[in-house]
Design a protein around this ligand. Structure first.
Ligand code: HEC
Ligand code: HEC
Length: 376
């Protein structure tokens, strides 16, 4: 417990929120050292009345209020400084097989990322078939701008495999980051490589394939040059940056704000926009389909968006959701007046007026009407 706690300490704001809940719940079991709570190198500081904070409060500057912040301890920096670089820096030893990864995936990842990494419901896909074939469209796009955009999943799009390891280790599974062991991350990486139909050192990853650090560092991603194009400066790739920093090497060779291409341009930057991502870049929320009939000016629209959509946009909370014909038809069997009344007084998981107690009955009813009219 202590160990995972301190590793979480400096990751994301989400986990910080989690920590504050945890430290309250588990306050009693922390070790004490010189009157301060010590959590495996992390420190909490006394604040008031026996309460503590992970932030040091500098009381000497207490004039207009608290000054927050403290230096992280070396252990905290160590816990935070855990990214994995393409050259292997930060990648620990460990191993795991494709079949172990398959099992873990089903247990911990399928719920969001779908069977075989198919994605959906707003969650990113982790594979779209053969990474080598999918990648063709990305290559073509640079030279033939009308071609389809890249298939944007790990195998086809990410330039470095190290990002996968690091992403899973520190960020996944989404609700419990940093909960996987290094071996589990190797196993999951092996599985994800296999569903992308990738090879390491020419070898396919069948279910018995065991991935370890040494093999991991041999992965060559199909899109490794997708982000940094191979543009040969006069002395090859290595001096590309130097080459582009020198304005004499492109445009018409002089600094200019207009007519830069008068005369013979030496070199123009290639302007190619990425478009048509597959799957699309945006993970749009699963709102009901807008068939064009929705009443954008409906008097209940504003109220719905401000006070009801949080629960009624989807059926995740058990609420009859906007656009769900059956759910609303079922509710309406008892008559509209009863439906209004139930909403106003609250029903099961729905608090009175959905918690928006300042709404007049008329405003509330308009929001109900809005939902009903858009669920036919
Ligand atoms: C509760 C839902 C949830 C679970 C469970 C979950 N993930 Fe994710 N995962 C997400 C979301 C949401 C994102 C996108 C995060 C973002 O883009 O900010 C994501 C992103 C990813 C990505 C990056 C995908 C890309 O191309 O950008 C990888 C890789 C990944 N998850 C792996 C895993 C693995 C492996 C597991 C199981 C150990 C797992 N996830 C479990 C929700 C989840
Ligand atoms: C906190 C979540 C939440 C919010 C916010 C919320 N609702 Fe609900 N609502 C529910 C749930 C859950 C149900 C289903 C309750 C049940 O019958 O089990 C429901 C049911 C209803 C019903 C059906 C009542 C019936 O007779 O079956 C109406 C009407 C309704 N909500 C209107 C609204 C309106 C209008 C708003 C905004 C002003 C709103 N709700 C805000 C959660 C919410």
């Amino acid at each position: 417990m202590f160990k995972s706690y301190h590793k979480l300490l400096l990751s994301t704001t989400a986990t910080l929120a989690l920590i504050s809940t945890m430290s309250m719940a588990e306050g009693a079991s922390h070790k004490y050292d010189n009157g301060k709570k010590v959590i495996d190198g992390g420190v909490t500081y006394p604040v008031k009345k026996g309460m503590t904070s992970v932030y040091h409060i500098n009381e000497t500057t207490l004039k207009g209020g608290y000054t927050f912040g403290r230096k992280p301890t070396p252990n905290e920096i160590k816990a935070w400084d855990i990214d994995v670089m393409p050259d292997g820096t930060g990648l620990p030893e460990g191993k795991g097989s494709v079949s172990e990864g398959d099992e873990l995936y089903e247990e911990k990842c399928t719920v969001c990322h779908g069977d075989f990494g198919s994605g959906g419901g707003g969650f990113p896909a982790l594979a779209k078939g053969n990474a080598y074939e999918g990648q063709k469209t990305l290559k073509n796009q640079r030279t033939e701008p009308d071609k389809d955009g890249p298939i944007r999943v790990f195998g086809t799009y990410w330039p470095q495999a190290s990002t996968l390891w690091w992403y899973i280790k520190t960020g996944m599974p989404h609700p419990a980051p940093m909960s996987l062991t290094n071996d589990e991350v190797y196993a999951l990486s092996a599985y994800i490589l296999s569903i992308n139909e990738m090879k390491i050192d020419g070898q396919e990853l069948d279910e018995d394939y065991v991935l370890d650090r040494k093999k991991f560092l041999k992965i060559v991603m199909p899109n490794k040059d997708g982000f940094v194009p191979k543009i040969d400066g006069p002395k090859g790739l290595d001096n590309t940056r130097e080459f582009f920093n020198n304005y004499e090497n492109y445009g018409n060779g002089t600094r200019c704000m207009k007519d830069c291409f008068k005369g013979k341009p030496k070199l123009a930057r290639i302007k190619v926009e990425m478009k048509d991502f597959h799957p699309p870049m945006s993970t749009a929320r699963d709102l009901p389909k807008d068939d064009g009939k929705s009443k954008k000016t409906h008097p209940g629209l504003k109220t719905y968006e401000a006070s009801c959509s949080v629960c009624h946009a989807t059926d995740a909370m058990g609420a009859p959701n906007l656009g769900n014909k059956e759910a609303w038809a079922e509710r309406l069997k008892k008559g509209i007046d009863k439906v209004y009344a139930n909403g106003i007084s609250g029903i099961n998981a729905m608090p009175p007026k959905g918690g928006a107690v300042d709404l007049t009955d008329a405003q509330f009813k308009a929001a109900v009407d809005y939902m009903i009219e858009n669920s036919k």
